[in-house]
Design a protein around this ligand. Structure first.
Ligand code: SAH
Ligand code: SF4
Ligand code: F3S
Length: 470
């Protein structure tokens, strides 16, 4: 990989659309209306990629269905972040041999981050003969070609060779929600945190051109979106690889200037590149949600250094302090890893004390999982698993108490919320800070902003009632 960003040309993409037409013609000649199922694991980047896979499948004439049973195409869009995530995929992939036995024409594909690991492609080759194709995230845009090859030759096909990072604009997309849109602003990651596999499987950081991002935002807003979430592994370094002077805060401002009533969210912010300009922009721009997901990973400066995070405890805390000073209602969430190789009891205690200091609304908590090929997987790790589990439980208990306390303080307050759906007999809505509020109301409210007064709280969600006239 040479680190250069290749933009996939219009001609290359139009060739892929030709493959879609050919696949449609194949099915038409048989008089069959084909179906496809896409299963998504992992983060929002994969959700966004799955929307593109469904878009391409629709272009090929496939109707999207909700289960693998009987589907003509099954795609597993996988996550490699932790061993457990991979084990789940291998388990579910194994079970697909049964759906294929019942429907022998079924074509099964594995893609996403696991497909970027050499060892995975090899394991599929040797032990999962019912899988017809594997393609890495770099080859997503070539899926129609891969599918056509598999359908016409019947041979197992791999598009996994390491390529220079590319950007493909104009892939058809079938969005899960008209109301809330994912918009990728960049792909890949340059940070090489020592525990993380993402830079290896998703390649180097590359930003989309602002005009393409703005055009997509305008399109989804015109289509009824009330919330746009900008996606990237490290959104704060947006634009650094482009030949124009633009940073993430500038981009936020340009998106906010698009007319319409909508909220902008983004993830993920890396503390290394986040700073005053971003927080000031958030504070002054009403369309940007006052919500920040700012992973800290550890409260110990020694561990942060070993993780290659490029900030220490003090810098992190001063960032949070500044962000809270300009946005007093800021809702903060974060990611934390327990049991990084060599983490001592004292260092773990530093993580707890950071959590107590910052008081997050909620946390995503992980136990360190060694990923082959990353530096941390080779580090000495003398702490037994039971001890890591104990630390993990202690941390979760602390966070649950804090979440409950913060949520209790919401009771009696009124928030402008976006009503986004129904869960059994209650409607669901999100505050600007991203907190879930359930309330009783009419389905006609779905898709609009409404004022809700919080009446009750729990660890994970809030209950509310509509404010009169809200
Ligand atoms: N780019 C984002 C995170 C993407 S991965 C960032 O830097 O903040 C999401 C989270 O998974 C990470 O923040 C980290 O907490 C966790 N994670 C990543 N690799 C891991 C590993 N090997 N073991 C345990 N947790 C891991
Ligand atoms: Fe992984 Fe670090 Fe990149 Fe996040 S910033 S994706 S944790 S390497
Ligand atoms: Fe998983 Fe890939 Fe996202 S490893 S967390 S799906 S970037």
């Amino acid at each position: 990989m040479d680190g250069k960003t290749t933009v996939i040309s219009k001609e290359q993409l139009s060739k892929q659309m030709d493959f879609c037409q050919k696949i449609q013609a194949l099915w038409r000649s048989e008089g069959v209306a084909p179906t496809a199922y896409v299963e998504t694991y992992g983060c929002q980047q994969n959700e966004a990629d799955s929307e593109k896979l469904r878009g391409m499948l629709a272009e090929c004439g496939y109707a999207i269905v909700g289960s693998a049973e009987g589907a003509d195409v099954v795609i597993m869009n996988t996550c490699a972040i932790r061993e457990h995530a991979e084990q789940r995929v291998f388990g579910n992939l194994g079970a697909l041999s049964h759906t294929k036995r019942r429907h022998p024409r079924q074509k099964i594909f594995l893609c996403g981050c696991m497909a970027g690991e050499e060892a995975v492609a090899l394991r599929i080759k040797n032990s999962y003969p019912h899988v017809d194709g594997v393609f890495s995230t770099h080859h997503l845009w070539r899926f129609p070609e891969l599918l056509h090859q598999v359908l016409t030759t019947g041979k197992r096909t791999y598009f996994t060779q390491d390529e220079a990072g590319s950007i493909a604009e104009g892939i058809p997309q079938m969005r899960d929600s008209q109301l809330k849109a994912w918009v990728s602003i960049m792909y890949g990651c340059n940070n090489f945190c020592t525990y993380c596999i993402v830079p290896y499987v998703r390649g180097r950081e590359r930003s989309r051109r602002p005009e393409d991002i703005l055009a997509e935002c305008r399109e989804v807003i015109a289509g009824g979106a009330r919330e746009i979430t900008l996606l990237g592994q490290n959104v704060n370094s947006f634009g650094k690889d482009l030949d124009i002077e633009i940073d993430f805060s500038d981009l936020l401002q340009q998106i906010a200037a698009i007319p319409g009533d909508f909220l902008i969210r983004f993830m993920t912010s890396h503390p290394r590149d986040a700073g005053k300009k971003l927080f000031d922009t958030m504070a002054t721009e009403p369309k940007i949600a006052k919500q920040l997901h700012l992973p800290f990973q550890s409260g110990s400066s020694r561990v942060l250094k070993a993780m290659n995070r490029h900030y220490d405890r003090e810098k992190y805390l001063s960032l949070v302090e500044y962000a809270k000073s300009v946005m007093p209602d800021l809702v903060l969430t974060s990611d934390v890893i327990v049991g990084f190789p060599g983490e001592t009891e004292e260092e773990f205690e530093e993580t707890l004390s950071l959590i107590e200091k910052v008081r997050y609304d909620s946390l995503f908590t992980f136990i360190f999982s060694p990923r082959i090929g990353t530096p941390a997987a080779k580090m000495e790790d003398p702490t037994p698993r039971e001890e890591k589990n104990r630390r993990f439980d202690k941390l979760c208990a602390l966070q649950n108490t804090i979440s409950e306390e913060i949520h209790r303080a919401y009771v009696g307050k009124t928030f402008r919320c976006l009503v986004d759906g129904r869960d059994k007999d209650m409607l669901t809505a999100r505050t600007e800070g991203g907190r879930l509020v359930r309330f009783t109301g009419d389905d006609a409210l779905i898709g609009s902003f409404t004022e809700l007064t919080v009446t009750d709280s729990g660890t994970w969600s809030l209950t509310g009632i509509q404010k009169k006239g809200g």
